[in-house]
Design a protein around this ligand. Structure first.
Ligand code: G3H
Ligand code: 13P
Ligand code: ZN
Length: 344
């Protein structure tokens, strides 16, 4: 198998009626957790790197880790995606390095904090689409803003996606996938109670999908922040305040209405931190990093990724299709022969 475009993986997910988790990678252990989970559940995967991850790990280290994943897991279709690109330059540098997909998050200005206007968003997104499609790679855009107080990828407030604007945005930019803002936010502190219909605008997803039935929708801020993971952290000296994430049933409802890519990072962080805290608390004499990184990797694999791959429905679908090389995607894009051609 090869590194494949986001477009191919999401087109296949549409055919199969399932969602695909997009999981974050910053280091070797996280990538190993994702790839082992993919092998165990026979899932196609989207591996994504934030700008922070690229800075933390260094682009070359990160990219070569991905090449190792491709070599060691030949049966798994892997999308290598730039998450929340803050400018065309960020996206282009990822694509030049070999990423097969990029998110141009033009809903915010380059600082990753200030909400932009619609015309700015259309302009920068269209620029990245032109660059990416000419290389067979895919593009995710965002309309509305995902709330979140984490640095540089959230305005702090949520501005819900307007369905009319969504139609115009997709028509004018030609994006392969669209992140919609429905009231979720990044990070662990999303909701102070279990969210219901008054908190999560699932009806917006239904409406946007009705208007754009051929556009792959993306849900950001989709960690479920499971209580069991919060409890592990707090049992071993952590100090997380009670909090609620996005219930799996709501994500599954979204998947029934066109959500194909589901972004999850916080849950992996919680699983890793809980496992490391446990070793530190129970075996304070340990100082070999492998003694805590191994359980951390296992926790991320078992408690998060495997579970989500089953929840989202991608499990069992790794072998459904042959990879389309990006060189062939170039002509697919230019000939406009894609199945969901109404993007154009
Ligand atoms: O978009 C949010 C992800 O959780 C990535 O976070 O920018 O801290 O790496 P990060
Ligand atoms: P979480 O913080 O809910 O995991 O969201 C991650 C995300 O949307 C990354 O783009
Ligand atoms: Zn996000």
């Amino acid at each position: 198998m090869a590194l494949v475009s986001l477009r191919q993986v999401l087109d296949e997910a549409t055919k199969g009626g399932y969602g695909v988790g997009a999981f974050h990678v910053n280091n070797m252990e996280q990538l190993q957790a994702i790839m082992e989970a993919a092998r165990k559940t026979k899932s196609p995967v989207i591996v994504q790197a934030s700008r922070g991850a690229r800075k933390y790990a260094n682009d070359r280290f990160l990219y070569h880790l991905m090449l190792a994943a491709e070599e060691l897991y030949p049966e798994i279709p892997i999308v290598l995606h730039q998450d929340h690109g803050n400018s065309p330059e960020t996206c282009i540098s990822a694509l030049d390095m070999g990423f097969t997909s990029a998110m141009m998050d033009g809903s915010l200005l380059e600082d990753g904090k200030t909400p932009s206007d619609f015309e700015y968003n259309v302009r920068v997104t269209k620029e990245v689409v032109g660059y990416a499609h000419a290389r067979g790679a895919s593009v995710e855009g965002e309309l509305g803003t995902i709330g979140g107080i984490e640095d540089e990828h959230g305005s702090g407030k949520s501005r819900l996606t307007d369905p009319d604007q969504a139609v115009e945005f997709v028509e004018r930019t030609g994006v392969d996938a669209l992140a919609v803002a429905i009231g979720t936010s990044h990070g662990a502190y999303k909701f102070t109670r279990k969210p219901d219909a008054t908190v999560l605008a699932m009806d917006l997803i239904v409406e946007i999908h009705k208007r754009l039935p051929n556009t792959h929708l993306v849900m950001h801020g989709s960690s479920s922040v499971p209580k069991e993971l919060q409890d592990i952290i707090n049992a071993y000296g952590g100090k997380l305040q009670p909090t609620w994430g996005v219930p799996i049933e709501e994500i599954q409802l979204g998947i029934q209405h066109g959500v194909r890519k589901v972004n999850v990072d916080t849950d992996s962080r919680l699983a890793i931190t809980g496992a490391i805290r446990k070793v530190f608390a129970e075996q304070p004499e340990e100082f070999d990093p492998r003694s805590y990184l191994k359980p951390a990797r296992e926790a991320m694999q078992e408690l998060v990724i495997e579970k989500r791959m089953v929840d989202f429905g991608q499990a069992g679908h790794a072998g459904d299709y042959d990879p389309i090389p990006l060189s062939e995607m170039v002509s697919n894009y230019s000939k406009k022969t894609m199945e969901n051609d109404k993007f154009k």
